[in-house]
Design a binder for this molecule. Structure first.
Ligand code: GUN
Ligand code: ZN
Length: 475
């Protein structure tokens, strides 16, 4: 056991670059003391592996009958302070919601005690729900943002932490900074986090969105991110009113994407939330720069912002991960993001089918009478990859998220050499919200968990080999 920290035996389900959902049964996976996957091999080689890696076969942790491991889920967009009002206040559209609900509450995070309570709660809640990596927005307050970084590190969550930058806030002026402050405090924030030398918590440059930033601030942040080779996050093309305002504030730019791109904020370490209204031309720029979209379907629906056509983004070979966008989105769980992404994709498919059917009808009969749905054609189309499948959604919640954050060389699946970020799933948990009636294929077990399961089915959460959930008494 000198070189090996954990040895697990059983079923593992993950995505690879070639396969959205690979089920690997009767395998043994070893994790070293640095939290990396040391070996992952057929269990028939158990004795040989024990000899090679010097462990005792009695130290193998064997999974229960229906249990399996899947990679930890990755939330590519979440607002930690907004956890305080999750599930409430979603009656207004985006810009009004920001003004009346969000900004006044975020403003209270100037008090680090408020931040400390809220941030340990959100880190624990997300971890328990299987979020092993979170890309957080904090607030404009540097010290409170450092508290969030401390909380993620303490509980063992892998995280990117953004001190929010906004030097323009016409709707709620109290909650803003000067340009100089924003730049200086961002540099201080990055510096403090570097000096803390956390293992898996990093700073991310965070202009809130184009509306709340001057051109100079965007420009300085872009230059700083380039100098320091830092990750970047923001929002883009979330709602029609927002886009209109961006074009009004930045009349010299041809579209929203160009506002970020010309200021060096669109790189292969950038993740932009929403992107519901990006044109094909803009998606092409995303692809060229290697920038990613965080698909936040719950928030898109809850704030009536719009829908992302995830198929079109994927067809443009843009990297896509999922975001809960708490608290525009009302769920902390990426399982919810998986479900809402599939449902959004089905809604878009139905909208298109309706249009196609009417068009055919008009062309054939020259009439406006609605025509019955052509079932064969519909099945055919759904299968021709128009609708996001549960396997694809599984991929986006895990490997896709790691690609979106450009950390797929570190996590995302169970490849040897990657860090072991994993969820131990028990479909037969005592209070499970679903039943497994008979022997069903493991793929169906995964599907049931993704569509029906919740944190009660998540028996353990590992980040880089550390068991973070159940919480230990000293965290
Ligand atoms: N755009 C700018 N800020 C925000 C925010 O906090 N939430 C969402 N959903 N969109 C934003
Ligand atoms: Zn957001």
């Amino acid at each position: 056991m000198d070189t090996v920290q954990h040895i697990f035996k059983g079923t593992f389900i993950h995505s690879t670059t070639r396969c959205d959902c690979e089920v690997i049964e009767n395998h043994i996976l070893g994790v070293d003391h640095a939290g990396k996957i040391l070996f992952f091999e057929d269990a028939r080689k158990q004795s040989k592996l024990a000899q090679k890696w010097g462990f005792d076969e009695s130290s193998i942790q064997e999974l229960g009958k229906n249990e399996f491991f899947m990679p930890g889920m990755i939330d590519t967009h979440i607002h930690a302070p907004q956890y305080s009002f999750i599930g409430t206040g979603m009656e207004r559209p985006l810009l009004e919601w920001l003004e009346h609900t969000t900004f006044p509450i975020e403003d209270t995070f100037s008090d680090v005690d408020i931040a400390r309570n809220m941030y340990s709660a959100v880190v624990k809640r997300t971890l328990r729900n299987g979020t092993t990596t979170a890309c957080y927005f904090a607030t404009i307050h540097t010290d409170a943002s450092i508290v969030l970084a401390d909380a993620a590190s303490q509980y063992g969550q892998r995280a990117f932490i953004g001190k929010v930058c906004m030097d323009r806030n016409d709707t709620y002026q109290k909650y803003s900074e000067t340009t100089e402050e924003s730049i200086r405090e961002t540099k201080r924030f990055v510096d403090v986090l570097k000096k803390k030398k956390y293992d898996r918590v990093k700073a991310i440059i965070t202009p809130r969105f184009a509306i709340s930033c001057s051109e100079r601030l965007l420009n300085e942040l872009g230059k700083f991110a380039e100098e320091q080779n830092l990750h970047i996050q923001s929002h883009i093309s979330e709602s029609p009113a927002e886009i209109k305002e961006v074009l009004r504030l930045f009349p010299d730019y041809k579209n929203y994407t160009e506002v970020y791109d010309r200021n060096k904020l669109l790189t292969n370490k950038t993740v932009m939330a929403h992107g519901c209204y990006l044109t094909n031309e803009e998606l092409h720029v995303f692809r060229e720069r290697g920038a990613a979209i965080s698909h936040c379907p719950n928030s898109n629906i809850s704030l009536c912002s719009g829908h992302l056509d995830v198929r079109n983004a994927l067809n443009h070979r843009v990297k896509v991960g999922f975001g809960t966008d708490v608290a525009g989105g009302y769920s902390v769980s990426l399982l919810d993001a998986i479900r809402k992404a599939i449902e959004t994709s089905k809604i878009l498919f139905m909208e298109r089918s309706k249009w196609d059917n009417n068009k055919t009808e008009n062309e054939v009969k020259g009439s406006m009478t609605p025509k019955g749905i052509n079932r064969d054609a519909q099945n055919d189309k759904m299968e021709k990859n128009n609708v996001l499948s549960y396997k694809e959604a599984f991929r986006l919640a895990t490997l896709g998220g790691s690609e979106a954050l450009s950390i797929d060389h570190i996590i995302g699946n169970f490849e040897v050499g990657k860090e072991f970020d994993a969820l131990l799933i028990n479909p037969d948990a005592k209070d499970s919200p679903f039943e497994v009636f008979s022997h069903i294929p493991k793929e169906e077990m995964l599907q049931k968990f993704l569509i029906l399961g919740d944190d009660r089915n998540i028996k353990a959460v590992y980040v880089a080999g550390r068991c973070t959930v159940p919480f230990s008494s000293n965290t």
